[in-house]
Write a protein that binds this ligand. Structure first.
Ligand SMILES: O=P(O)(O)OC[C@H]1O[C@](O)(COP(=O)(O)O)[C@@H](O)[C@@H]1O
Ligand SMILES: [Mg+2]
Ligand SMILES: [Mg+2]
Length: 362
């Protein structure tokens, strides 16, 4: 039967697998466990103030490995991801924004061939004011030697460029809950049917429009921006009277996952660029569990994702919680921003502290 809006995520995955008869089905099973974790988090989010999951984890704030105040829902979502995914034997290990070190699959469970990396709750500063949040995930292959030996995973096992991701996506807990997925041949999106508790296929082969008149950036950081970003934003703000010859609109939700979804649906460009605010932190967003999965979704939907200097998916990670400048969305705008960086000689080598090692260029 051809897929339709009555098809579930499970049916979609079965159809995908028909194209690869040699596949063991483990990836599908893992994706379904991730989707189940997202459904569980969606239920907690839906109860809002009526539940017991809003607010800071510890009154007065307790910071996570990122030095950011942990929300109760950050911690709870992290636990949901761990416990929904640790038992089935698909994973060699996991890593999360909320945990300093990789998570080892407990001894009572079998170990498998994939690595799961995730931001269990993105945009968590928005949760207490009832604005959309989400979860972001990336699936990598564990090194063969890890699979063969069954040893504990180390940070180094996760330091793979985004181009090697097997699958990636996110869940958005908005007016409707959606699950957006790529397994490397396009992007599909599923809407949670609350009556059935199932993700239904509502969008196939999504394409980010190449042209846009909408950009997203936190302008409170403008004094820290580098010249190419300043130039790009100034030209957008100049509108019809400037070199772009057209007016732009601006959005900033402060949930990257929600911005990514808007851009996937109607185009636009998102920038959280490298800046000079904190010299030790070249960018705000995390490479392994924010930039790479969103980057894969964008590229698979015909958009582009970049550091501003090079494709994000080509960056060789240096550490589990590495931060990076991120620009993504409509292809022509991202290419323009890259061009501005190259024209002003803003290459990685300009500041050795910020050097990004590339898959394509060392
Ligand atoms: O406070 P700012 O600068 O607007 O930052 C917003 C950014 O921070 C993030 O919320 C970081 O994600 P977390 O909530 O997972 O820490 C992004 O989603 C978003 O783009
Ligand atoms: Mg995040
Ligand atoms: Mg988070």
């Amino acid at each position: 039967m051809p897929l339709s809006k009555r098809s579930t995520l499970t049916q979609y995955l079965i159809e995908q697998r028909r194209r690869y008869p040699a596949a063991s089905g483990e990836l599908n099973a893992l994706i379904l466990d991730v989707a189940l974790a997202c459904k569980a988090i969606a239920r907690v989010v839906a109860f809002g103030e009526l539940g017991d999951a809003l607010g800071d984890r510890v009154a007065g704030g307790e910071v996570n490995v990122q030095g950011e105040v942990q929300k109760k829902l950050d911690v709870l979502s992290n636990e949901v991801f761990l416990h929904r995914n640790e038992w089935a034997g698909h994973l060699a290990g996991m890593a999360s924004e909320e945990m300093e070190a990789p998570y080892q699959i407990p001894a009572q469970h079998p170990r498998g061939k994939y690595l799961l990396v995730f931001d269990p709750l993105d945009g968590s500063s928005n949760i207490d004011v009832n604005v959309s949040v989400g979860s972001i995930f990336s699936i990598l292959r564990a090194p063969q030697e890890v699979v063969d030996s069954g040893r504990d995973v180390t940070e180094a096992d996760f330091l793979q460029p985004g181009a090697t991701q097997v699958a990636a996506g996110y869940a958005l807990y908005g007016p409707t809950t959606m699950f957006v997925l790529t397994v490397g041949n396009g992007v599909s999106a599923f809407t949670l049917n609350p009556n059935l508790g199932e993700f239904m296929l509502t969008h196939r082969d999504l394409q980010v429009p190449a042209e846009t008149r909408e950009f997203a950036i936190n302008t409170s950081n403008s004094r820290f921006w580098e010249p190419p970003i300043k130039r790009y934003v100034d030209e957008c703000l100049a509108g019809t009277s400037g070199p772009r010859g057209k007016d732009f609109n601006m959005r900033w939700i402060a949930s990257m996952v929600a911005e990514a979804h808007r851009i996937l649906m109607r185009g636009g460009v998102f920038m959280y660029p490298r800046d000079t605010r904190e010299p030790a932190k070249p960018g705000r967003l995390r490479l392994l569990y924010e930039a790479n999965p969103i980057g894969m979704v964008m590229e698979q939907a015909g958009g582009r994702a970049s550091t501003g200097r090079q494709p994000i998916l080509g960056v060789k990670p240096a550490s589990l919680h590495q931060r990076i400048g991120l620009v993504f969305g409509s292809r022509s705008e991202v290419e323009r921003i890259e061009r501005y960086h190259h024209e002003t000689g803003q290459r990685d080598t300009a500041n050795p502290l910020f050097a990004e090692r590339s898959l394509f260029r060392d």
